[in-house]
Design a protein. Structure first.
Length: 302
């Protein structure tokens, strides 16, 4: 089945009818592993899989690595338990792959390829034939090198195949009482580093700490983008710049000089030399724009 040839969900169908279609679709797989990131899409697939197959035939698996926030990993345990899922955390070593840590624009391919290769090994060990993920129909129109990896590894994307859009998933999840139905997307920490700048544990650690600081000020949907460039006159030293991408819906919180000062101080205390705000707000595809900013910032050394 080619999901690219399918139309998005029919607007004239009741949302619960659509959910029943998903359950019926998943029943054909008998026993499944669900690649469970803790986001609403994979959570929705996990819930539907349990409703379709029973919890004894579903294994939720989360990949743990330095690019996953500790808070996100903790959340997967709670969410899996909330729907009665058997949950397993595995460790992935994408940071040991130069194809990943050199951070090309298809970095996600190597991350997902590592994950799904391990899931394929696991499904053989536990006697499960299929792996499901949370890729939805909207994802197919975006630049998603990780999707290519999933197809190479034989992973099934039921939401994409049935034309479920992000808005539809949130709507049905709300009706089902899934507590994270409106949870903002939260891609891995490596996505905060511009393409071409190496991904390291040290960078991921400071990004995670920076985002915890921003979160403490009450912001919900945001990213801290991490840039580094040579210090003028000392090429062996780096200057660090944090760019805050905050949802425009939360800009009203920013009109506060005291908050600006505290944010600036907090991020500088953990190692950033400069803190800036993207006046365009948080948006998808920021890494592509950040490639341009990185070029501008790098030119400052001259």
């Amino acid at each position: 089945m080619n999901p690219l040839k399918l139309k998005p969900s029919a607007k004239d169908k009741n949302s619960m009818t659509r959910y029943e279609e998903l359950i019926s679709h998943i029943k054909q797989y008998n026993k499944v592993i669900v690649a469970f990131s803790g986001g609403i899409d994979s959570y929705f697939v996990l819930k539907a899989s349990i409703d379709a197959l029973g919890k004894e035939n579903v294994l939720a698996v989360t990949a743990d690595s330095p690019s996953l926030k500790e808070s996100e990993k903790d959340a997967t345990n709670i969410l899996a338990a909330s729907v009665g899922a058997i949950h397993k955390v595995i460790f992935t070593q994408e940071l040991e792959d130069p194809n990943y840590y050199n951070n090309p624009n298809n970095r996600c391919f190597f991350c997902k390829d590592e994950l799904y290769a391990k899931l394929n090994e696991l499904k053989t060990e536990v006697g499960i034939d299929y792996i499901l993920d949370g890729t939805n129909f909207d994802d197919l129109s975006d630049y998603r090198p990780g999707y290519k990896a999933s197809k190479n590894q034989g992973v099934i994307s039921p939401l994409a195949e049935l034309g479920f859009t992000k808005n539809e998933i949130r709507e049905i999840s709300k009706e089902l009482g899934l507590e994270i139905w409106d949870k903002p997307s939260s891609p891995c920490l490596s996505s905060r580093i511009p393409y071409g700048q190496k991904v390291t544990k040290e960078k991921l650690s400071i990004i995670e700490l920076a985002e915890e600081i921003v979160k403490e000020f009450g912001f919900v949907e945001f990213r801290v983008r991490h840039f580094e460039f040579d210090k003028p006159g000392a090429a062996d030293k780096k200057l660090l710049l944090a760019k805050l991408d905050i949802s425009q819906d939360e800009f009203d919180k920013l009109v506060n000089p005291d908050l600006f000062e505290e944010l600036n101080r907090g991020l500088k205390e953990i190692g950033y030399d400069f803190v800036t705000l993207d006046m365009g707000g948080l948006k998808s595809g920021s890494l592509n724009t950040d490639m341009k900013l990185n070029s501008i910032v790098s030119s400052l050394k001259s």
